[in-house]
Design a protein around this ligand. Structure first.
Ligand code: ZN
Length: 220
C-alpha cells in the first residue's frame, strides 16, 4: 500500500473532528492583507497574492514570483486534490527569506522569534510560514501541509501532522497527483533504528503534542 494511502487512512480515523465550514476569503480581504504585509515588509521585498496566501520575499522579484506560481501554487493544488477541502480560515503570509542572514535577522526583527530550525517553520501566532528559502522548496511544501491540516483536521496529533509534512518534503507528480519521495530524513531514521533510538509505533502514536515536540526537534 502506498505510504500516502496509509497516511490518509490513519488521518481519517484519527482526525475525525473537521473544522467548521467557513467562507473563502473575499478579494477585499486579500487586498487588505496585501496592504498590511507591504507595510510590514522592509524595503526591497516583493509582495504578492498567491491564493490562499500572500507571499513576501527579499530575493529577486522574478525568483519570488517563481516560488509563488511554482512551488506554492503546485503544492496547494495537489495537496488539496488529495486531502483537503478547506483553505486555512485566515490569510497566511508566506515569508521567503533569501538566505541564512536575512532569515535570522528578520525572524527576530519582524516576529521576535529565535527559530531552532535553519530551514523554516509555521507560526500559528503570526499566521505565517517563515522560510529560509535558500535551503530549497522542500521545507516550504512541508510547512504548507501544516495550516491545511489545522484547517481540515484540527484534532490531528503532532506526530501525524509532522509525518504528513515530512512525507512531502521532497515530492513529485505521478498521474497528476502529488507523491512523496524518499528524502534526507531516511538516513537519519535508519541510523536511529540501528542505534535502537526509535520508539515503537505504539509509543509514537501515544505521544502528546508536547511530548512529541520536546523529544524530537528534527521535525520542524
Ligand atoms: Zn513540520
Amino acid at each position: 500500500m502506498p505510504h500516502s494511502i496509509i497516511y490518509l487512512l490513519l488521518c481519517a480515523s484519527l482526525c475525525a473532528s473537521a473544522a467548521e465550514t467557513r467562507p473563502a476569503s473575499s478579494d477585499d480581504a486579500y487586498q487588505q492583507k496585501l496592504d498590511e504585509v507591504k507595510k510590514k515588509a522592509p524595503a526591497g521585498f516583493t509582495v504578492l497574492v498567491e491564493k490562499p496566501f500572500v507571499v513576501a520575499g527579499n530575493d529577486e522579484p522574478g525568483q519570488v514570483r517563481q516560488f509563488a506560481s511554482g512551488t506554492v501554487r503546485w503544492s496547494v493544488q495537489k495537496l488539496k486534490a488529495a486531502y483537503f477541502e478547506k483553505d486555512p480560515a485566515e490569510i497566511i503570509t508566506v515569508w521567503l527569506f533569501k538566505d541564512k542572514a536575512s532569515y535570522e535577522r528578520y525572524t527576530r526583527e519582524l516576529f521576535d522569534d529565535r527559530p531552532d530550525t535553519p530551514f523554516g517553520y509555521y507560526s500559528e501566532k503570526h499566521s505565517a510560514l517563515i522560510m529560509n528559502i535558500s535551503t530549497g522548496g522542500g521545507t516550504l511544501v512541508h510547512e504548507i501541509v501544516h495550516p491545511y491540516m489545522h484547517a481540515n483536521f484540527p484534532a490531528c496529533p503532532a506526530w501525524f501532522n509532522e509525518g504528513m509534512g515530512s512525507l512531502y518534503e521532497q515530492s513529485s507528480e505521478r498521474q497528476g497527483g502529488i507523491v512523496g519521495l524518499t528524502n534526507w530524513r531516511l538516513a537519519g531514521l535508519q541510523k536511529a533504528i540501528r542505534d535502537g533510538k526509535v520508539p515503537d509505533f505504539k509509543k509514537l502514536t501515544g505521544t502528546s503534542d508536547g511530548e512529541f515536540y520536546n523529544e524530537d526537534r528534527a521535525c520542524a
